[in-house]
Design a protein around this ligand. Structure first.
Ligand code: ATP
Ligand code: MG
Length: 643
């Protein structure tokens, strides 16, 4: 096996390099230490069983419980401390729960689930807006060994039905409605339709009534949460001690590149990985407040709204609403009010804010805030510097996937406080991840710096990563572990490049590379060139099949001021300007065949660009599974533009 960067004895010794090397070379000792960050009801017998790396098991024989570690464990020291802060800028509701109160609510919810006949190993599907009861439901499930499957509350019936059929839940926990931009979004019609479409509908639904939408309870099926809670006010439900590898939850990937995959997560490995990441990556401190602006329906919501902060004894802020309503000051006002010390968001949110006056962001006292972490998609330099200047705080990129549950590339400022990021890079390989760059054609490890390759991870994956694809070991192996030139490596499906100091740059998804007349171009590079033009708010580039060149680049840009391309002539002028900037930065070979101006770009509900759908439309093909798409009407605008 070629020497990996990780174990290269010639790389210089720095605090982080040493920490990292130990995590790979002395894997068992390293993780046995990290495992002390959580409580074990029964100690593990083996740190890692990696005989079959794709199915590695962590902390074998150890018994623990996620809810115990996230809630009960803190009662001795921080019962009266804030644990869960729920703010809705949509309804105006603001509810704060101490650890003692959270403990009581979670036990009530657990008692209700048990009363309804749900048992260890069953699945419960949580289809909820961003309200406290969603957190209670997640924690209650893991408390009693029930596997939760949180489905993003913004999904419509079809997406919900396919997730019901995949996980086959015994029960669904839902609410009357969500709210977005002042509009009530009733859930029951979507749920009823999903249950009708589903092959394996559960018999029971637990309904939280927020009083936003009219409910039509189905007798024999629907149970009212408030009434059930009244009956369980004094419930005491002990934690079910699970063997470390027993599953805690199923979570579907964002569906950016195809049919969503049901990621199955373990219990002990996940708890250890998250607790350690709070310390080493996210600058967490017990007693302080963490604010991740994601949704519980996504992996950031699971790991860093619910489990990570609570496992670490922090207060977590759960927010329902937009970043710009009532105005773009809302998040920063919350930072001031709750003395938030760490914030975590996505570049897409930063780009939304970037269209606003930066004065909104600097109006509040942000002195408690240490840093803003961003993850989920490429962070372009203009966005990073804009928001960094607007809040005057470090902006820290990190790269990971639903599959891994926590970062693969990051700065690890907790280990090396002097570490500085590099523009365009999410950082270095995170401890525990034996990150490799693989030559796509030969399958060999790329060891020299600044060569582009497929980003892969040598097994075993560290604790906290996916165990398999729910119910489909074969798809898991085929998709992730045997798709790089026959080598048994975990495939991230992203392109990367590593410089001499180990900083890794993500160059896009492996299916986002286009081949123009024999030149392989990353769509991301072209996007960055176009985005550097001051008129551009956002841009997406995809490849379109071309008889002559193989493929050509097609660009779709959102202008900061749409009036600039109002007439056909103005649009042509803008198009020329953007083509010139690509010519100047990358060369004429990368110049898009067309730059079209659109009002918005097609995205998943989690804010990721749906390039595959745009590409299909450009090529006149069926865009495929759009169940995770935010607004399918956007594709029609592109179709119309292309005529
Ligand atoms: P699917 O796997 O269903 O197609 P998805 O890959 O968008 O959807 P996620 O797991 O939410 O689902 O996203 C992970 C992907 O997001 C990564 O593989 C990478 O392509 C991208 N990504 C995440 N963080 C970053 C980052 N900091 N910089 C660049 N890209 C990132
Ligand atoms: Mg993915």
């Amino acid at each position: 096996m070629p020497a990996s960067h990780a174990t290269d004895p010639t790389s210089p010794s720095t605090p982080y390099a040493d920490f990292y090397r130990r995590s790979i070379d002395e894997r068992e000792a390293f993780w046995a230490e990290q495992a002390q960050l959580i409580d074990w009801q029964q100690p593990f017998e083996q740190v890692c069983d990696a005989r079959n790396p794709a199915f590695a098991r962590w902390f074998v024989g150890g018994r623990t419980n996620l809810c115990h570690n996230a809630v009960d464990r803190h009662l001795a020291e921080r019962a009266e401390q804030n644990a869960l802060i729920c703010v809705s800028s949509e309804t105006g509701a603001e509810r704060v729960y101490s650890y003692r109160e959270l403990h009581a609510e979670v036990q009530r919810m657990a008692a209700i689930l048990l009363d309804l006949g749900v048992r260890k190993g069953d699945r419960v599907l949580i289809y909820m807006p961003m309200i406290a009861e969603a957190a209670f439901a997640m924690l209650a499930c893991v408390r009693i060994g029930v596997i939760h499957s949180v489905v993003f509350g913004g999904f419509a019936s079809h997406a919900l039905a396919s997730r019901i059929d995949d996980a086959r839940p015994a029960l669904i926990v839902t609410a009357d409605a969500g709210m977005r931009a002042g509009k009530v979004l009733p859930y029951q019609p979507l749920l009823d339709e999903a249950l009708r479409l589903s092959q394996h509908p559960p018999k029971q639904v637990l309904m939280v009534n927020r009083g936003l939408a009219e409910l039509h309870p189905v007798p024999g099926r629907d149970v009212d949460y408030a009434a059930a809670r009244e009956r369980c006010l004094h419930a005491q439900v002990p934690c079910e001690w699970l063997e470390s590898s027993e599953p805690s939850y199923i979570l579907y990937t964002s569906g950016t590149t195809g049919k969503p995959k049901g990621v199955q997560r373990d219990t002990g490995g996940y708890a250890v990985a998250l607790a350690a990441s709070m310390r080493h990556i996210y600058l967490g401190e017990p007693g302080q407040t963490f604010f991740a602006t994601s949704d519980i329906g996504w992996v950031v919501g699971h790991s860093y709204i619910i489990y990570g902060p609570l496992l670490y004894g922090m207060a977590t802020l759960m927010y329902e609403g937009l970043p710009i309503r009532p105005d773009a000051g809302i998040w920063w006002q919350l930072v001031e009010k709750y003395r938030v010390s760490v914030m975590f968001s996505a570049p897409t949110a930063a780009r939304v804010l970037k269209k606003q006056d930066p004065a909104y962001l600097s109006r509040y006292d942000l002195s408690s805030l240490k840093a803003l972490f961003l993850a989920g998609e490429p962070l372009d330099e203009p966005t990073a510097s804009w928001i960094g200047a607007a809040i005057n705080k470090p902006i820290i990129d990190n790269y990971w996937q639903t599959e891994t549950g926590w970062p693969i590339l990051a700065l690890c400022s907790g280990v090396e406080p002097t570490a500085v990021g590099k523009i365009g890079s999410p950082g270095r390989a995170v401890y525990g991840f034996d990150v490799r760059l693989i030559d796509e054609l030969t399958g060999a490890d790329i060891t020299e710096p600044n060569h582009k390759g497929v980003l892969a991870i040598a097994g075993p994956l560290p604790p906290g990563c996916l165990q398999t694809v729910w119910g489909d070991d074969e798809r898991y192996l085929k998709t992730y572990w045997s798709s790089i030139q026959g080598r048994s490596l975990y495939n991230t499906f992203d392109w990367g490049l590593r410089d001499a100091e180990g900083y890794t740059f993500i160059l896009g998804r492996t299916d986002d590379v286009i081949n123009v007349a024999g030149h392989r171009l990353g769509t991301r590079e072209i996007e960055e060139a176009i985005a550097s033009h001051p008129n551009v708010a956002e841009v997406a580039v995809v490849g379109r099949a071309d008889a002559l060149k193989g493929q050509v680049a097609m660009a779709f840009a959102v202008l900061k001021n749409p009036a600039l391309a109002a007439s056909a002539e103005q649009a042509r002028e803008q198009e020329q300007a953007l083509m010139q900037i690509v010519d100047a930065q990358l060369g004429a070979v990368a110049r898009p065949a067309r730059v079209c101006f659109v009002g918005t770009l097609p995205k998943t509900r989690s804010g990721k660009l749906l390039r595959r759908a745009m590409q299909a439309v450009c090529e006149g093909r069926d865009p495929g599974d759009l169940s995770t798409m935010d607004d399918p009407a956007v594709l029609q605008q592109i179709r119309d533009l292309l005529g």
